[in-house]
Design a protein around this ligand. Structure first.
Ligand SMILES: CC(C)(COP(=O)(O)OP(=O)(O)OC[C@H]1O[C@@H](n2cnc3c(N)ncnc32)[C@H](O)[C@@H]1OP(=O)(O)O)[C@@H](O)C(=O)NCCC(=O)NCCS
Length: 260
């Protein structure tokens, strides 16, 4: 993988195209310049084409499925779950007078919980794949107020993002389905895709770009904040499962400065 990364860096440094210009490289200066070169990758952003369909869906599903371990950790921090686990442990310990049974029971409970969470999360991913990602062309490219982009590197699609009018306010553009292939992260591709969405919003006279993140998407939130998005609303998903899991959604917004 290191060789692959090095090759990608060389492609960019020796003029393989991409989003960076020599000015970008020089602007880092000194030792930082070397660090910047390390994360260089030759990529370009273009509109979605029908032949990208499977890769786009796969990139989305893979990116989202990575969150299962983080979701498990989030669940294990919930006070009601800690209470259930501690009570179960104590009850089994007092009734069996052995450490083995409660330890086995808790391990089993955690394993079942992990599987259950994975199953629920995969259902959520499937649901997304059956919504806007089922017919990407019709959802994002039939109307001039919406669009879907991919980033290509090494002749492959390595990142995706979509944008369409928000259901709440038609003058807000909703950024959706951002995902970058794992081995191409940290190269600035997601930020570049965000900037593509912002430029599109500006060209189409939207007032702002909005998006939703979940409490476990720490990298994504840091990335959006780095681009200039700010949180304007936090809320817990108003369903039984949402409350049980303390599933918090943060809504982000980037205001497009008006020209007059
Ligand atoms: C979130 C995601 C899109 C970021 O893609 P990326 O190409 O690595 O992001 P970029 O290189 O453009 O931006 C890097 C910025 O992201 C943030 N970031 C990325 N990885 C991070 C990490 N592990 N820890 C903290 N911040 C991180 C930082 O702000 C970083 O900026 P910096 O380099 O100046 O510190 C990518 O991790 C991903 O696809 N995740 C899975 C899918 C997902 O969560 N999508 C978002 C749905 S809302």
């Amino acid at each position: 993988m290191q060789l692959g990364a090095l090759r990608r860096n060389l492609v960019c440094v020796f003029g393989g195209g991409g989003e960076y210009s020599p000015t970008d490289i020089h602007s880092h200066g000194g030792g930082a310049q070397l660090a910047a070169l390390h994360t260089m990758v030759a990529y370009h952003i273009r509109e979605y084409r029908p032949e990208d369909y499977e890769t786009v869906r796969d990139l989305f599903a893979t990116g989202m499925s990575e969150y299962v371990p983080t979701l498990c950790v989030h669940m294990l921090k919930q006070p009601w779950l800690i209470l259930v686990l501690v009570c179960t442990f104590c009850l089994l310990l007092t009734s069996s007078k052995s450490l083995l049974l409660p330890i086995l029971a808790i391990t089993l409970l955690l394993a079942v919980g992990r599987q259950l969470l994975g199953y629920v999360w995969s259902m959520y991913i499937d649901q997304c794949l059956q919504e806007d990602l089922l017919d990407i062309q019709a959802t994002y490219l039939a109307d001039k107020g919406s669009c879907f982009w991919v980033a290509e590197a090494d002749d492959c699609v390595v990142a995706i993002v979509g944008a369409r009018p928000s259901e709440e306010h038609q003058d807000e553009l909703m950024l959706k389905r951002m995902s970058v292939r794992k081995d191409y992260r940290g190269c600035g591709i997601a930020k570049a895709l965000c900037r593509a969405v912002i430029s599109f919003a500006r060209e189409h006279e939207y007032r702002s770009v909005v998006l939703n993140t979940l409490m476990v998407q720490h990298e994504a939130r840091a990335m959006y904040e780095g681009v200039g998005f700010h949180v304007y609303r936090h809320y817990v998903l108003p369903t039984i499962y949402g409350r049980l899991a303390n599933c918090t959604i943060s809504k982000y917004r980037y205001d497009i400065p008006s020209v007059d």
